[in-house]
Design a protein around this ligand. Structure first.
Ligand SMILES: C[S@@+](CC[C@H](N)C(=O)[O-])C[C@H]1O[C@@H](n2cnc3c(N)ncnc32)[C@H](O)[C@@H]1O
Length: 258
């Protein structure tokens, strides 16, 4: 090998190694502050950072108190299959209810159901909205016990040997997405795959959100490549990120229903 070839080879090897290390190293707090998006530690501030007026946020979070009490009672009724720590955390729970009440989506997609805490909260809001459908995806047949059945819910179990191809196929049937929430496989490449499948299907004014954005740099990288400045919610142990797309829905701050 000549000197030029060995320098180029060395550079490529270092570059590949650097990219690999970067992919498998979780982001630091500094990475979130550098991303330029506002940081919050409460559901209220996070929803306001996404552009909703404080008075509307306060109203839906007031509603959420009764909803969260109902969820506590629901937990007492069933036997759980997953550790409680799999479910979305306290502030993210309030966000999921509030966001669905504020946005009034027609079509919500979530990946990662487990016992169904996030699904139950989203459906509580859609039910109160009197419209909208939740499409949930998991690879495990035991998923969704907290919800059981709901007329506004479609739970689909993906082929666990080929979850990516299976999700890509299913999303074609779902059509446009107003609200996306990732909470499935939190490794870099699976996260990036889901984001890239969902992003082109997002509607104007929709919200693109992900739990566990602290597990890998996928959400930060994905948003940076698209010139997006996400908002972040630092919950107890995990970080949730979200981008609110510009468009019609953003200016239609509808009245709360119900
Ligand atoms: C953190 S839990 C979801 C918690 C749920 N969102 C909640 O709030 O209760 C992760 C779930 O993702 C599922 N999962 C793992 N890999 C997946 C994949 N590639 N596609 C869809 N679901 C996946 C697991 O079976 C598990 O139920």
């Amino acid at each position: 090998m000549g000197p030029v070839a060995s320098v180029v080879g060395g550079y490529l090897a270092m570059h590949t190694l650097g990219t690999g290390i970067r992919r498998y190293t979780p982001p630091t707090v500094m990475d979130f502050t550098r991303s330029g998006g506002a940081l919050a530690t409460s559901a209220a501030v996070f929803l306001e950072n996404l552009g909703w007026p404080a008075a509307e946020v306060e109203e839906v979070l007031h509603e959420y108190r009764e909803v969260s009490e109902r969820l506590v009672r629901r937990y007492a009724e069933i036997e759980l299959f997953y550790p409680r720590t799999h479910g979305v955390e306290a502030e993210t729970s309030a966000v999921l209810y509030g966001l669905n009440r504020l946005l009034k989506p027609q079509s919500v997609v979530e990946t990662g159901v487990a016992d169904g805490r996030s699904s139950w909260l989203i459906l509580a809001a859609l039910e109160r909205n009197g419209q909208g459908r939740l499409h949930s995806f998991d690879i495990n047949r035991t998923a969704g016990r907290l919800v059981g059945q709901h007329p506004q819910w479609r739970l689909e179990i993906l082929d666990r040997k080929e979850p990516e191809a299976s999700l890509a196929h299913a999303l074609q049937r779902v059509g446009p997405i107003d609200l996306f929430f990732h909470d499935s496989d939190h490794l870099y490449l699976p996260q990036l795959f889901e984001y890239s499948q969902v992003w082109p299907r997002m509607t104007e004014g929709g919200v693109f959100a992900s739990d566990d954005v602290n597990c890998s740099r996928a959400f930060l990288d994905f948003c940076q490549e698209r010139g997006q400045r996400p908002r972040f919610l630092f919950d107890s142990r995990k970080i949730t990120g979200a981008v609110r797309l510009p468009g019609a829905r953003s200016v239609q701050q509808g009245q709360l229903v119900g």
